[in-house]
Design a protein around this ligand. Structure first.
Ligand SMILES: NC(=O)c1ccc[n+]([C@@H]2O[C@H](COP(=O)([O-])OP(=O)(O)OC[C@H]3O[C@@H](n4cnc5c(N)ncnc54)[C@H](O)[C@@H]3O)[C@@H](O)[C@H]2O)c1
Ligand SMILES: [Zn+2]
Length: 677
């Protein structure tokens, strides 16, 4: 025997013991079950090739782990064993053949087929129908006293019902946590900043093995019985003929038994059962990691007996693993059609749940922080049902020195616009809404829609073509389309092209609320657009508005205000808006009703010269808010002319017509006095 072989065996044992300790004692495994199972099989293989290496304390010879001394101890008069497992049909057939050979029979077995619940085994002792004691499996011979904890599980009867209840009855079964309860418990824990459990099994084990049963009582635990331990049964009700009948008897006494359990004849029917349950795995209310196939006949069970740590008459036929270990090779950032930026993990390809997985979503920055994952890490990836693969956790013990931090981009990987993250939102977004190619199709569809620019004849299909053929790269490009461009498109006859061009032309004459809505700023719907238009009365004012000003608008809270600022601050969006206005998109002035008082109502004013405090449009909008009509020319009806620097002919005319002249400062004083500054 080579030294390295012994070392290999010892190394495997050491690893398995470490993992078992974390799994059974701490209820906090660090590697997926599949990883443990694979190392376990390696050790089994080496030991079967070299029986001289087997030691009594090898993990292959033992069950579970020594019970924690913080609990009282209970010894099992009939040991609680583990199960051998099969990972495919061939291994299952071999299990059947071993039994047939041993019993020297050629007739088919009756099998009791049961889901393999992913929780922890407990033994519950009833005396004269009353629950007196409950224990964990522990190392199979001695378990932990968890009587108080088990009593808090509502599904477990404290008192059995029905007749002929044996004076002593030990019921064995699985305590587990249904998925719904697991999800809501973890959600609460996350919200409270407490530790979340990696999976329902650890949650069940961690919840049950609490020194204070009050803690267990708050956890959504469930129990299904699947076997009988030691029993005094004077009426021999449990002696019957089959394991299945025993379970039905337990059910009659008020113990919960899994409704998926079936009695079948023959290996083929058992394989069918496996397939059926596998198909329904994702629909079950609890997690299972396979099925347990048990010889139903009690006499046959007796004759087959046990090997070191498991009965010969039962096998755990495992499902493909839903969690696997792999390496995070890199993180890429994808931009969705709403601008949301999602980090995507690029993984060393690995088969999970029967499918090769090479990507997993990382959701957002919060998730990256929660996982504390780095590029190069060894990670556990999970794929359950049709849900997209997720990263569950990092195996810190296996972290290489070469890991790198994941850096969230500050600018959009598609268009280079700034990435913004609104306070209180987990998602980071590209702020180049009108410019970003990733968001373009959606942005254009929205822009042309009925309640926005209302361009008739520009349907979704056409928008997609225009974007794909790069005829439209921003909404402003719509107004550059011409006959030559349109007739080149699929299913576009000259007549409909003409109609479309007319509709585009017509859409240039719009309203400010529609235009604001058409920009597709996040969370700015029709109503908000209308409020914004009424409040600011000018696009320019809206674009320049400070956060405090935005917050004054009905309907606008911090989140919307931040969306607005992010959008208007983005230089790419600014140039698209300018291009739209240059193309001739326009709207009538809004008559203001917003200022509380309208001291200028009924007055026609004229602005002239250069204002030093603000642009002329800005001043005009504010004057309108105070009720004034602002005109471009001076006449006898003009109430006053507001003269900035270098005022020319209009000032002359005002003097001629005896029209009042205000200074810029007088105007500003008015603004301040009536709260539109
Ligand atoms: N991830 C890790 O680090 C780690 C460490 C140790 C063990 N494990 C996992 O634990 C398992 C091995 O542990 P094990 O010895 O408890 O064996 P097991 O879980 O494979 O099988 C035995 C257990 O199955 C359970 N069971 C569920 N439904 C049952 C049913 N209908 N009838 C009978 N039993 C049923 C019982 O709790 C029983 O004790 C493996 O899946 C292994 O991957 C993982
Ligand atoms: Zn972008």
């Amino acid at each position: 025997m080579s030294q390295s072989l012994l070392q290999q065996v010892q190394h495997l044992r050491q690893q398995l013991e470490q993992y078992s300790y974390q799994y059974y004692v701490l209820d906090n495994p660090t590697v997926p079950d599949a990883e443990y199972d694979q190392l376990y099989r390696q050790l089994q293989q080496l030991e079967s090739e070299h029986p001289e290496l087997i030691t009594a304390d090898s993990p292959t010879q033992r069950v579970g782990a020594v019970p924690l001394s913080k609990f009282g101890q209970i010894s099992h008069s009939i040991p609680m064993l583990s199960l051998d497992n099969a990972f495919d049909d061939v291994e299952f057939q071999a299990f059947c053949k071993r039994m047939a050979d041993r019993l020297d029979t050629s007739s088919e077995f009756s099998f009791c087929c049961e889901p393999k619940l992913d929780g922890l085994a407990v033994s519950i002792r009833y005396e004269n129908g009353l629950l007196v004691q409950a224990a964990t499996r522990g190392d199979g011979f001695t378990g932990e006293d968890i009587t108080g904890n088990v009593k808090t599980i509502r599904a477990v009867p404290l008192k059995l019902k029905g007749s002929a209840i044996p004076p002593v009855l030990e019921v064995r079964g699985e305590v587990f946590m249904p998925l719904a309860g697991f999800a809501s418990m973890n959600e609460k824990a996350r919200a409270a900043g407490e530790k979340v459990f990696a999976n329902p099994r650890n949650a069940a084990a961690g919840s049950l093995r609490q020194l204070d049963p009050k803690v267990s009582a708050q956890r959504p635990l469930m129990f299904y019985a699947y076997a009988v331990g030691s029993v005094e049964d004077p009426l021999s009700l449990l002696d019957g003929h089959s394991h299945y009948q025993r379970l039905m008897q337990l059910k009659d006494w008020g113990l919960p038994v899994c409704p998926e359990i079936r009695l079948v004849k023959g290996a083929t029917a058992a394989l069918d059962y496996y397939q059926q349950i596998l198909q329904r795995r994702a629909d079950l209310a609890y997690e299972i990691d396979g099925v347990v196939i048990k010889v139903a006949d009690l006499a046959q069970q007796q004759a087959l007996g046990f090997v070191a740590r498991a009965p010969r008459w039962a096998i755990a036929f495992k499902f493909p693993a839903q969690e696997m270990l792999t390496t995070l090779l890199d993180v890429e950032f994808q931009v969705g059609r709403t601008g949301a930026i999602t980090p995507v993990a690029r993984l060393e390809p690995v088969v999970v749940g029967g499918v090769t997985v090479s990507n997993a979503t990382l959701h957002n920055q919060d998730e990256i922080d929660r996982l504390a994952v780095k590029i190069g890490d060894r990670v556990i990836v999970r794929r359950a049902g049709d849900v997209i693969p997720q990263l569950v956790s990092v195996v810190l013990e296996q972290r290489p020195d070469t890991v790198r931090d994941i850096v969230f981009p500050k600018s959009c990987p598609v268009c280079g616009s700034q990435v913004e993250r609104v306070s209180g939102e987990a998602v980071a977004r590209c702020s180049g809404g009108l410019y970003c190619a990733a968001q373009l199709k959606e942005a254009i569809k929205h822009f042309v829609s009925r309640k926005a620019m209302d361009i008739e004849g520009l349907g979704d299909k056409l928008v997609e073509q225009l974007v794909e053929q790069q005829l439209v790269k921003t909404p402003a490009d719509i107004y550059q389309l011409d006959m030559a461009a349109l007739v080149g498109l699929e299913r576009m006859a000259q007549k409909s092209a003409l109609k479309l061009l007319a509709a585009i032309e017509q859409s240039k004459s719009t309203t400010l609320p529609r235009f604001i809505y058409a920009l597709g700023i996040r969370e700015v719907g029709e109503a908000t657009a209308l409020n914004l238009a009424n409040h600011f009365a000018s696009l320019e004012l809206l674009q320049q508005a400070k956060l405090e000003q935005l917050l004054q608008v009905a309907d606008v809270g911090t989140v919307v205000a931040e969306h607005l600022q992010g959008f208007f601050n983005e230089i790419h969006n600014q140039s698209v808006i300018a291009a739209l206005q240059n193309a001739g998109v326009h709207w009538p002035q809004i008559t203001q009703q917003v200022a509380a008082e309208q001291p200028l109502a009924g007055q026609t004013l004229v602005l002239t010269g250069t204002l030093s405090s603000m642009g002329r449009d800005d001043a005009k909008a504010r004057l309108q808010r105070l009720g004034a009509k602002v005109s471009g020319s001076v006449s006898a009806k003009t109430h006053a002319v507001i003269a900035g620097d270098n005022a020319g002919s209009k000032l002359v005319k005002a003097n001629e017509l005896n029209v009042a002249v205000w200074t810029e400062q007088q105007m500003l004083d008015l603004f301040t006095q009536y709260g539109v500054m």
